[in-house]
Design a binder for this molecule. Structure first.
Ligand SMILES: [Mn+2]
Length: 383
């Protein structure tokens, strides 16, 4: 039996320029979540802790302090750590980040292996033979993946567990429209006789439905845990690591898996349409939509459209503050949100006998049209 903790796309060194006020908090949290994963991997008695690429955000701009901190955290794992260079932290031998990394490795006690050669890495754990086949990246972009050398090998011996580790887009799972991210297909992976594929690059977990309680996985040999803490507004994930147990008897491989939720910071990006159905329609919509989130760890962006009653519209800033001020950061875009157009409002702006008033009266009962007509009137005035 072999037990593996897998993570990837950790992107240490990411600068979070968009959030200067909370930058330190975001950076620290990513490291704390890595510490948590290492601790969990040890509690689970995993033999391997695998990073499937993009441990670092960049090949040259990551600070020595950040490299140090990542190595320190990984070195706490008492058994073997395997680190695969991804496309953000690709390896050719020239990259600063890996020079710092290797220097750091020589100064702390560790079992960390940088998988930077296209060769088989053999291991033995409790008399179980394990062979690792890395398909690491040597550039940021590439039309072709690096699976070729593994495909060309002779059929591997049966009495060992064979694990391929690769970084790149997975067709049908990760969008890669221009085919520039080491694109792999599932068929291509499964045609290579590996017991298991550990993949990085896609920030959300695949398979998406790995439960947090251990369960046997049938029919799936390709795993991608995704980033360990959500990185930005675009990827919707809690931030996960996978814990995999592999058992091999003869030619039969059995895999069970569970998901460890490692992330704490969450980003929420919502587009909401509000209708003026009550005096509290805006507050109710926002409260309802965000009632279950842990605000202290939440970064929120809301885009509002539609219209709300005049009173609510006037105090909307106050409403946003009331609902979101406990969040780490929030941004409300309400340029497309407007005040409900009522006849009362029209009469307060135009004489009842005016064309504008008569025109609007005919649209009563159709708020969307009143809205458009009102905007049209305003445009005419401005024009
Ligand atoms: Mn990547």
């Amino acid at each position: 039996m072999l037990k593996i903790f897998m993570t990837g796309d950790n992107h240490f060194g990411k600068r979070y320029d968009r959030y200067p006020e909370i930058r330190k908090r975001l950076v620290d949290s990513r490291f704390e979540c890595l510490d948590d994963m290492v601790k969990r991997a040890e509690e689970e008695q995993c033999e391997l802790f695998v990073v499937t690429g993009d441990l670092f955000d960049h090949t040259n701009t990551v600070s020595v302090a950040d490299v140090k901190r990542a190595v320190k955290s990984l070195s706490e794992f008492p058994r073997t750590v395997l680190v695969l260079p991804g496309n953000h932290d690709y390896y050719t031998g020239e990259e600063k980040v890996w020079k710092h990394f290797e220097k750091e490795l020589s100064s702390v006690e560790n079992n960390i292996v940088l998988l930077n050669e296209f060769k088989v890495y053999p291991y033995e754990f409790h008399e179980e033979k394990v062979c690792i086949y890395p398909a690491f990246c040597q550039s940021k972009h590439a039309k072709e993946n690096n699976l070729g050398w593994i495909r060309d090998l002779d059929r591997p011996e049966e009495n060992a567990i064979h694990i391929g580790i690769a970084h790149g887009a997975l067709k049908g799972v990760t969008p890669d429209l221009n085919q520039e991210y080491f694109l792999m297909t599932e068929k291509e992976l499964l045609d290579i006789p590996m017991d298991l594929w550990l993949i990085g690059h896609t920030h959300i977990p695949y398979p998406a439905d790995i439960p947090t309680e251990e369960s046997e996985i049938t029919g799936c040999r390709i795993f991608n845990a995704g980033t360990h803490e959500q990185l930005d507004l675009h990827n919707r994930t809690e931030g996960n690591g996978f814990i995999l147990t592999v058992e091999k008897q003869g030619a039969k491989t059995q895999v069970s898996a569970k998901r460890f939720v490692s992330g704490k910071i969450r980003f929420f990006d919502k587009n909401l349409h509000v209708r003026p159905t009550s005096e509290t329609a805006l507050a109710d919509t926002l409260k309802g939509e965000f009632k279950d989130i842990a605000k202290a760890n939440a970064i929120v962006r809301v885009c509002l459209t539609g219209s709300v009653r005049q009173e609510e519209y006037e105090k909307r800033g106050e409403i946003y503050r009331e609902i979101f001020s406990d969040c780490l950061s929030f941004e409300v875009k309400d340029g497309e949100l407007s005040e409900e157009i009522t006849l009362e409002k029209i009469y307060s702006e135009y004489a009842q006998t005016s064309f504008a008033a008569k025109f609007m009266e005919r649209l009563t009962g159709n708020p969307a049209e009143m809205q458009m007509a009102y905007e049209l009137l305003k445009e005419c005035e401005e024009g």
